[in-house]
Design a protein around this ligand. Structure first.
Ligand code: KG4
Length: 343
C-alpha cells in the first residue's frame, strides 16, 4: 500500500435482488452509491432467485460504471474491489463475485471479500461528510432484515459476537408474511409501516414468545396473527378491509415490543454506551422511534442510519472492505461465494 496515494474502494453488492456499486475514499467517505432495484419479482410475491441472477448480469456493468463516474474517479484510481461473498442467493452472489475477480485482474487491484452482515453492522461508518459521527466501540447492533434478527456486540471492525438471534423467522419475515395475509403487496414491511401510522397499536393483542436468553422468535406471532384474521373474517368478510390500519399498528407494536424486550436485556448485560440498528426493518418508523426512546431512557447513544443505508447497498460493502483493505486482508482468487454464513 502506497502511504501517500489516495484510497478508493469500489464496493459491489449482489446478494439478493439489488445490484449496487459504490465508491468510498479515505476515512470511509462516500463518493458514490448506485442501486438498481429489481421490479421483476413483484408479481411473484417474493424474490425469484433465477430471475435475480439474470437481472444482476444485466445491471452490473452499467451500475459499476455509473458508480465510478459519479465518484469522479477513473478505473485506474481504484485501490481495491470489495464484494459481498455471502450470505445470500448463490446465483446472485456468483455474479458479483465473478465480476469483482474479472475487474480485479483487469485493473491489477486486489479483491476484498465482505460478509454481508458485517456490511449492515458497519454501515454506520459510511461518512457523507468528514464530521459525520460513528459509533464508539464496543456497541450493540440490532440487525433486523428479511433474513436476520440478531443482537450483535461489536468490539471492533472485525470482532463481532452474536448475543442473540432468531430461532425461526426474522422480523422482516414477520412483517412480510402477516402483510401477505392482509392482501398487501410484497414486501409488506413498508406497507405495514405506512398503515400503522393511522391505526391503534393496542386494538388487537397477538402472542409474544417466551424464549430464554437473548434469542428471538416470530413464528408464534405469525400464527396468532393468522388465526385472529381467520376467525374474524369468518364472522365478517370485510374485517381486514375495515380494520387494516388497526391490524397493521397492532402487528408493528407487537414486533417492536418483542425486539425491544431482548434489546433492553442486552444493554443491561453488556453495559454498552452506544446502540445501533441496521438491516431493512431498521427503516421502520416505529422501530426507529422506539429505539431512540429506549436509548434516551438508558443514557445510551442511539445510532439510527439514514433509510437509504438500511436496505442492501454497496456503500456498506465498500466501507467494510475499506477497513479490511487497511489491514491488508485480501481475498484469494479461488474464493467462492457462500449462501449461508454467520457473522
Ligand atoms: O435488509 P433487507 O433489504 O434485505 C433482506 O434481508 O432481504 O431487508 C428487507 C426487509 C423486508 O422484510 C422488508 O419488508 C423490510 O426489510 N422492510 C421494512 C420496512 N422497510 C423494509 N419493514 C418494516 N418497515 C419498513 N419501513
Amino acid at each position: 500500500m502506497n502511504e501517500n496515494k489516495k484510497t478508493y474502494i469500489l464496493g459491489v453488492e449482489s446478494s439478493c435482488d439489488d445490484t449496487s456499486a459504490a465508491v468510498v475514499g479515505d476515512g470511509g467517505l462516500l463518493l458514490s452509491n448506485v442501486i438498481a432495484s429489481q421490479q421483476v419479482h413483484e408479481e411473484y410475491g417474493g424474490v425469484v432467485p433465477e430471475l435475480a441472477s439474470r437481472a444482476h448480469q444485466q445491471n452490473i456493468v452499467p451500475v459499476v460504471d455509473a458508480a465510478i463516474r459519479r465518484a469522479g474517479i477513473s478505473r485506474g484510481d481504484i485501490s481495491a474491489i470489495a464484494f459481498t461473498r455471502g450470505p445470500g442467493l448463490i446465483g446472485s452472489l456468483l455474479v458479483g463475485t465473478s465480476f469483482a475477480k474479472g475487474l480485479s485482474l483487469a485493473l491489477r487491484a486486489p479483491i476484498v471479500d465482505v460478509n454481508h452482515l458485517h456490511g449492515h453492522v458497519l454501515a454506520h461508518f459510511i461518512k457523507e461528510k468528514e464530521s459525520d459521527e460513528v459509533p464508539p466501540f464496543p456497541y450493540l447492533c440490532l440487525l433486523i432484515s428479511g433474513g436476520n434478527s440478531q443482537i450483535i456486540l461489536v468490539r471492533s471492525y472485525k470482532d463481532m459476537e452474536v448475543l442473540g438471534r432468531t430461532i425461526d423467522d426474522a422480523a422482516g419475515e414477520a412483517f412480510d408474511k402477516c402483510a401477505k395475509v392482509m392482501g398487501l403487496p410484497y414486501p409488506g414491511g413498508p406497507h405495514i409501516d405506512r398503515l400503522a401510522a393511522e391505526g391503534d397499536p393496542k386494538a388487537f393483542h397477538f402472542a409474544r414468545p417466551h424464549i430464554r436468553g437473548l434469542d428471538y422468535s416470530f413464528s408464534g406471532l405469525k400464527t396468532s396473527f393468522l388465526y385472529t384474521l381467520r376467525d374474524a373474517v369468518r364472522a365478517n368478510p370485510d374485517f381486514i378491509e375495515e380494520r387494516r390500519a388497526d391490524l397493521a399498528a397492532s402487528l408493528q407494536y407487537t414486533i417492536i415490543d418483542i425486539l425491544l424486550d431482548k434489546l433492553k436485556r442486552a444493554i443491561d448485560i453488556t453495559g454498552v454506551k452506544a446502540l445501533a440498528i441496521g438491516g431493512g426493518v431498521a427503516a421502520n418508523s416505529g422501530v426507529r422511534d422506539a429505539v431512540e426512546k429506549l436509548c434516551n431512557s438508558r443514557g445510551v447513544r442511539a445510532f439510527i442510519p439514514q433509510r437509504k443505508f438500511t436496505t442492501d447497498n454497496a456503500a456498506m460493502v465498500a466501507v467494510a472492505g475499506y477497513f479490511k483493505y487497511l489491514d491488508g486482508d485480501f481475498c484469494p482468487y479461488d474464493a467462492t461465494p457462500y449462501a449461508r454464513v454467520n457473522i
